[in-house]
Design a protein around this ligand. Sequence first.
Ligand SMILES: C[S@@+](CC[C@H](N)C(=O)[O-])C[C@H]1O[C@@H](n2cnc3c(N)ncnc32)[C@H](O)[C@@H]1O
Length: 267
Amino acid sequence: MGKKKKKAAAADKHRLYQASVQGVEFELDFLEQVFRDTRARKPSLLREDFCGTALSACEWAKRSRNNRAIGVDLDADVLEWGRRNNLEKLGKAAKRVSLLREDVLQVQTEAVDVCVAFNFSYWVFREREVLARYFRNVHHSLVDDGLFFLDIFGGYEAHRTQKERRKVDNFTYVWHQAKYNPITADMQCYIHFEFPDGSKMRKAFSYHWRLWGAQEIRDLLREVGFERSTVHIQAFDEQTDEPLDEFYPTEVAEDYASWIGYIIAEK
Ligand SMILES: C[S@@+](CC[C@H](N)C(=O)[O-])C[C@H]1O[C@@H](n2cnc3c(N)ncnc32)[C@H](O)[C@@H]1O
């Protein structure tokens, strides 16, 4: 009799990632609401940059027969995983999703209503000039009243090494800020997964990022031609201090230990 396979060895890292990191339904509801409020119409064509498994692109196409999505990622393996596990489950809606294996710095697509770059993926561009090139490409890829959605995190706990654990279903998600250089704001982060049988999947995902600040991102967005940008930050419950599924636009916030938000840039 063989030994029982340890949970970590049997687990699929993309499935664990989707279950622990992504809140796609909420994110797309938020996007639709903000688009309606800002542009008084419904968006239909969405581009998901750094799409990974293309969960947002697939969910977008599923929402309405009028919706279409384009997913862009450099990594052929993650795109293939998304094709098999997310796209093929869509049935007819799958025809309304295209996945492109391309660099977001160079990709050229038809003009889209909305472009999203989520889970801080654009932080992979650590030089201002390179990030500006990316933002220029997005600006060029949007229709005249298009919107660009980015997410961001901050707070003093972002500027230090630390580990954060969160229980998800039958495993634990670990966010590990392993290195932080306060001079360049370069950071090395990992996602690990831990299981009740004691097994671990260490460094399932690895990110070498620059911790960009909200205002420097907004300055750069303006510099490349976006008319306006708004920061929506996550609300906290006043009694329990727990984060709520609610984001509000503001120019002023408290110096929270950690916060997350969205930057919405208007073409
Ligand atoms: C943090 S994951 C984001 C996955 C997904 N967007 C999400 O919201 O969870 C970052 C992804 O960006 C991709 N990536 C990194 N640099 C890229 C580039 N220059 N062009 C396109 N994709 C890139 C990686 O292959 C990886 O799948």
